[in-house]
Design a binder for this molecule. Sequence first.
Ligand code: SF4
Length: 184
Amino acid sequence: MRLLLHTCCGPCSIYPLDVLREEGHEVSACYCNPNIHPYREWEKRLDTLREYLATVGVDLRVDDRYDLKQYLEAVLPYAYDPARRCPTCYRIRLDEVARRAACEGYDAFSTTLLVSPYQNHEGVARVGREVADTLGIPFYYRDFRSGWKEAVRRSRELGMYRQGYCGCVFSERERYYRGGQKGG
Ligand code: SF4
């Protein structure tokens, strides 16, 4: 099938792309991540992804609007509550990718978020299915987490840039202020 894969960064794209292409799917990647803060970080992750995709021959679509305003307005009510903030963040990104997939005649959409053991996996899957129901395009679910360690190893071997936080300004804060021990 023709599949549009929401892609959060280069390292997370390695394993899902391998699996999906081995299964015979025709995959294009879509970088749609207005959550990533600051903009330079957004650019750095995009550059890393672009370079990698060129080496493996995968098309890349980019949502370059970087709509930080829409993102912040949606997540601010849950800024310090990842259990609600992250699904909201997933929805913004998957909704946009699913809309593009539907408009451009893809058979389904999916996301590299399904590879990371650090994401709320059930939340990603639930939001993906809800978006699919709303927009009428299938969400291709797959638990890619078994490939995470191997992907980390390969991304290091390839010298890829590996970010130290999920993406948003809140996750950047959370890596330093675990449990509020440093105030904030
Ligand atoms: S921690 Fe990650 S998934 Fe959660 S809101 Fe921030 S960027 Fe989005």
